[in-house]
Ligand binder design. Structure first.
Ligand SMILES: Cc1ncc(C[n+]2csc(CCOP(=O)(O)OP(=O)(O)O)c2C)c(N)n1
Ligand SMILES: [Mg+2]
Length: 193
């Protein structure tokens, strides 16, 4: 069941709070579709990596970056995408990166493809993460999110924040103003500096 309760924060507000609280050298990896669209509109940073095409790969990519880099890595995953590769949470827990924060933009839907309901309301994602060995939290307000993100930043191990939000289905899907290959090149270049 999708969530259209407008008293809940929007994904825009959560994303603004993340960009505000992420250090300049922090890496942000965003799920394909709505998460990347919103992140690039909030701030198109060189250290943003926008996933393209493949659901289920955002958290695994974030893990690879976290174990190979010292900077904070924040993953903005979708509920549908994370449910597609739920087993990756156990791999993250085994690797225990202290610089990885997974934020689940949980709209209980496949918003990018029109808002079809996902199974996110039937799975306690934060509890699964905790059972794997994460520090995790469920939030449904910006205040709770900001507090949880601060705790996650200081936590010596992987963390996951499951954000309940109002489901926003875009009327139209904006075309990026430059090619994905350019953004990938820009990201790699930023990490080489
Ligand atoms: C493996 C795979 N299956 C299906 C799709 C088609 N698809 C693209 S985005 C999307 C919905 C993603 O849902 P979620 O991860 O919850 O993110 P949201 O769109 O809600 O932000 C789907 C089904 C895809 N790109 N890759
Ligand atoms: Mg979703």
């Amino acid at each position: 069941m999708s969530n259209f309760d407008e008293s809940l924060p929007t994904q825009w507000r959560y994303t603004e709070a993340i960009v505000d609280a992420t250090p300049d050298d922090g890496i942000i990896v965003s799920n394909l579709g709505v998460s990347s669209w919103i992140l690039s509109a909030v701030e198109d940073r060189d250290r943003n990596y926008y996933m393209k095409g493949a659901m289920g790969t955002t958290t695994p990519l974030g893990l690879g970056l976290a174990v190979s880099r010292d900077e904070q890595v924040t993953v903005l995953d979708g509920d549908g995408s994370l449910l597609m590769s739920l087993g990756s949470l156990s791999t993250v827990a085994r690797q225990e990166p202290s610089n990885l924060i997974i934020v689940v933009m949980n709209n209980s839907a496949f918003a990018t493809t029109g808002g079809q309901p996902s199974l996110a309301n039937e799975v306690d994602i934060a509890a699964v993460a905790a059972d794997c060995g994460f520090w995790s939290a469920d939030v449904d307000s910006l205040e709770a999110f900001e507090k949880a993100y601060q705790t996650a930043t200081g936590y010596n191990g992987p963390s996951l924040i499951n954000c309940t939000m109002t489901t926003t289905v875009p009327d139209s899907y904006p075309e990026p103003d430059y090619a994905h290959s350019y953004r990938k090149h820009r990201f790699r270049t930023a990490l080489e500096e």
